[in-house]
Design a protein around this ligand. Sequence first.
Ligand code: IMP
Ligand code: MG
Length: 182
Amino acid sequence: MDLHNDIDKILISETEIEAIVTDIAKKISEDYKGKKLLLLCILKGSVVFMGDLMKHISIPVQIDFMKVSSYGSGTTSGNLKIKLDLNRDDLDTTDILIIEDIIDSGKTLSSLTKYLAERGAKSVRSCTLLDKPSRREVAFTPDYTGREIPDEFVVGYGLDYDEDYRALPFVGILKREVYENK
Ligand code: IMP
Ligand code: MG
């Protein structure tokens, strides 16, 4: 099986991703200077972005992981399904930056941001590699965005379709026939 054959078109190349990641890392390094920054990676889609981003941040950071999804209206922390929780007791002194692969309806990050604030985090902001603003169902604006993209289903650089394609080094649009013939 050659996964590349399932890609309609490369939307963001490896080189472009590198430029995006370097630029965001620079901004984060300036904005969080002197703070206790925790990069919170949302599994699994954000692992590749997180790994590259953290290498380019020039201030000290700590990292952690959560696995979540949202359901229902997805506007309150009560709509958050937590599959792996954040296990720390120093959130009152910690500035959290959520690292996400893509924002679609906005439900996941909206609920997660509220949940972390309710747990008493010193601050909660978010950074997404990709954003599909045209798909928004609840109001949510990330603090750092790599690239706004049209309403297409994309895979690669961590993003999956049915758990495949995550290891592709670029972000590509998946051929419609791949998911329409399933
Ligand atoms: P939402 O913003 O709560 O709707 O959820 C965003 C999540 O939906 C992301 O973390 C992805 O897991 C998934 N998702 C949305 N659009 C895509 C896509 O184009 N490709 C792969 N996953 C996507
Ligand atoms: Mg995901």
